[in-house]
Design a protein around this ligand. Structure first.
Ligand code: ADP
Ligand code: MG
Length: 354
């Protein structure tokens, strides 16, 4: 057994919950699906000093085999109890209202993560499994119909100008995130990764990035309800197609909802965001905006992706929670939060003489 590692992220959930006693008990274990270990799971917390959570699952087995580590971390992160269960609800007709007409929203995007039974999750997935997932998806995408129909573009062999344009237009993921690298998610890059999109680029699926699948609905403007409707339809179509091709279902747990590589995404795995201009809040300052977002249960990010930084007065505002609330509730919180932030922004603009 490797010795108990020094965990550099001293204030992380990993540092709190991965005790030497648990390490001695679980440190030697290898999971059945992808041979994942506790050492691989906590690599980010060991290597870096800035992790809040610091752990990833390498397959569905990880959540069971290392439950003594994962369960308390998940409970503490998501604020749930040991006996809580997760319920999904994608009924878009339950959404009340929409983003108000006067809010300067540039675009709306809602994504979920999904994983297919029998294959490892990105930190643990073997090279062979990754290619199997890609091949399965190539066939599954071919069955999508109507406005969801489109083409799959593998990253391997993609022309650089095509790739850069997809990134600049906010459609495609990039490599180089230090956490994903340390967690083992960029092994064999770019093989086995790619992007599917319909002709309008309003329905997209990322293959083998942080999750096996990220299913995405997006469009210009602030019609969150419309984007949610297309997403719900798209998820069902992909699910049916995967099942038809392989007989396999998405990984789903009563307790933790849809399984993802990052425990922070468990539950809905959903992030519903808008890109919105907030000049008043920008003048007031980022710490104030962050604190207000916390109260409204939304999260501000820069517009270039989680690790990409912020530009000007535009923010990515999305639901903060993933687990313990249904998709409908989280989309509603985002809509209400953005409408509130804009009302306050107008007052802040006046206060700062903008
Ligand atoms: P996630 O990993 O949750 O899907 P990231 O923060 O990594 O999201 O962003 C992924 C990509 O999606 C980035 O290119 C980002 O600019 C883009 N994106 C996120 N929200 C929106 C939005 N509302 N409109 C346009 N692009 C968006
Ligand atoms: Mg991301």
């Amino acid at each position: 057994m490797p010795g108990f590692p020094e965990i550099k992220s001293k204030h992380s959930l990993v540092a709190k919950h991965v005790t030497e006693e648990l390490w001695n008990k679980l440190g030697d274990h290898k999971t059945a699906t992808s041979g994942f270990t506790l050492g691989k799971a906590i690599a980010c917390a060991v290597e870096f000093d800035d992790q809040h959570c610091g752990i990833y699952a390498g397959d569905a087995d990880s959540y069971n085999d290392f439950a003594e580590v994962f369960d308390p971390i998940i409970q503490e992160y998501h604020g749930i109890t040991a006996d809580s269960t997760h319920t999904s609800d994608m009924d878009f007709t339950k959404i009340q209202g929409n983003i108000d007409d006067d809010v300067p929203v540039k675009s709306t995007r809602i994504r979920v993560g999904r994983s297919i039974e029998g294959f490892g999750l990105s930190p643990g997935i073997t090279k062979e499994q990754r290619l199997e997932v890609e091949n399965l998806m190539k066939n599954a995408f071919g069955k999508l119909e109507g406005d969801l129909a489109g083409d799959y573009f593998p990253l391997l062999g993609m022309e650089e100008d095509v790739r850069q344009k997809l990134v600049d237009d906010h459609f495609l993921f990039v490599s180089g995130d230090k956490n994903l690298i340390a967690a083992g998610m960029e092994r064999d890059w770019p093989e086995g990764r790619g992007i599917f999109h319909n002709a309008e680029k309003t329905f997209l699926v990322w293959v083998n990035e942080e999750d096996q699948l990220r299913i995405i609905s997006m469009q210009e403007g602030g019609d969150v309800k419309g984007v949610f409707e297309r997403l719900a339809r798209g998820i069902n179509a992909v699910q049916d197609s995967v099942k038809g091709e392989s007989g396999k279902d998405f990984l789903l747990s009563d307790k933790y909802g849809f399984l993802h590589s990052c425990p922070t995404n468990l539950g809905t795995g959903m992030r519903a965001s808008v890109h919105v201009d907030l000049p008043g809040w920008t003048k007031e300052g980022l710490p104030a905006l962050k604190a207000r977002c916390e109260e409204l249960q939304v999260q501000p990010r820069g517009t270039r992706g989680e690790s990409g930084g912020q530009t000007g007065v535009t923010y990515d505002i999305s639901n903060k929670h993933r687990l313990g609330y249904s998709e409908v509730e989280l989309v509603q919180k985002m809509i209400d939060g953005v409408n509130t932030l804009w009302k306050e922004d107008k007052a802040l603009q006046a206060k700062h003489g903008l």
